[in-house]
Write a protein that binds this ligand. Structure first.
Ligand code: CP
Ligand code: NVA
Length: 306
């Protein structure tokens, strides 16, 4: 097992599968009322430089639900905000806690923290990746639809952090992924190239949203302007408008297709109220699964179970 969880490409298929299997098992046990203590006596620090509702609370709840403790820090209220180097921060925090869960801007921030930390660093979203989210999204796909390799899975809209992690998941786990993105808003070119060279599942980037959605079993949407891109939001509204998931576009998918949105959603932008609140949306089960997946991630990264 890797010491850190920074990007999905760093894991083998069986390691990613182990996260998925364990999260599904933990969810079942949670439903049965079973109490977990696998992380009793352990503490993680959440170091967040961007806002969060789901990821923060689901990581905190996961840690407490496994018998552990959490210290939350908003990065700007730490000495990092006054220029203390990442390498000093990592070495200090690693002496206090058993894991560091980080939400930040650059992927190089989590990489540098990991380089200097003796305890696991877990990426809770950067501009480049959102690996824990994609693991819980795949868990949701498995629960609702079965094996990803048997499905047409579509990404619609911005080739952002979420899309990059989906691309890596497809290449590691070996399922096909069809993306529809406007020109200039494709997933990161280096990530795409590496994933395509790795083999795994076929990754196809299209322009036409209707072509991508045709016959789809799973459709993923996300905001058009991610955190940190607020200045571009107005321009992006025009560019992404044809990619809105509305009832008309969804009609081209399989009748029993499911719609995933990692939330927060901007209604009437990337998704209509009708679709988000409609019978095919699984967004709230998807949000719940973050907590079960985060339990599996914390347990395996901190206790080293494989
Ligand atoms: N999906 C997700 O990461 O949500 P938050 O930004 O609320 O954590
Ligand atoms: N792509 C979005 C995901 C939010 C959970 C962002 O980075 O803001």
């Amino acid at each position: 097992m890797n010491s850190h969880l920074l990007a999905l490409k760093d894991f083998t298929p069986s390691q990613l599968q182990a996260f998925l299997d364990r999260a599904l098992e933990l969810k079942k046990e949670h439903r049965q009322g079973k109490r977990h203590q696998q992380l009793a006596g352990r503490t993680v620090c959440l170091l967040f430089e961007k806002p969060s509702t789901r990821t923060r609370v689901s990581f905190e709840s996961a840690m407490y639900g496994m018998g552990g403790q959490v210290i939350f820090m908003s990065a700007k209220e730490t000495q990092l905000g006054r220029g203390e180097p990442l390498k000093d921060t990592a070495r200090v925090l690693a002496r206090y806690v058993d894991g560091i869960v980080v939400r930040t801007f650059g992927q190089q921030v989590v990489e540098e923290l990991a380089e200097y930390s003796d305890v696991p660093v877990i990426n809770a979203l950067t501009d480049m990746h959102h690996p824990c989210q994609i693991l819980s999204d795949i868990m949701t796909v498995i629960e609702k639809k079965g094996r990803p390799a048997d499905l047409k899975i579509v990404w619609l809209g911005d080739g952002n952090n979420m899309a990059n992690s989906w691309v890596q998941a497809a290449s590691v786990l070996g399922f096909s992924l069809t993306l529809a993105c406007p020109e200039g808003y494709e997933p990161d070119a280096g990530i795409l190239k590496e994933a395509q060279e790795r083999g795994g599942g076929a990754i196809t980037v299209l322009r036409d949203p209707a072509e991508a959605v045709a016959g789809a079993d799973v459709i993923n949407v996300d905001v058009w302007a991610s955190m940190g891109q607020e200045d571009e939001a107005a321009k992006r509204l025009d560019i992404f408008r044809p990619y809105q998931l509305n009832a008309g576009l969804l009609a081209g998918a399989a009748d029993d297709a499911i719609v995933l949105h990692c939330l927060p959603a901007h209604r009437e932008e990337e998704i209509t109220e009708e679709v988000l609140e409609g019978p095919q949306s699984v967004a709230f089960d998807q949000a719940e699964n973050k907590m079960h997946m985060h339990k599996a991630i914390l347990e395996r990264m901190i206790n080293g179970a494989v």
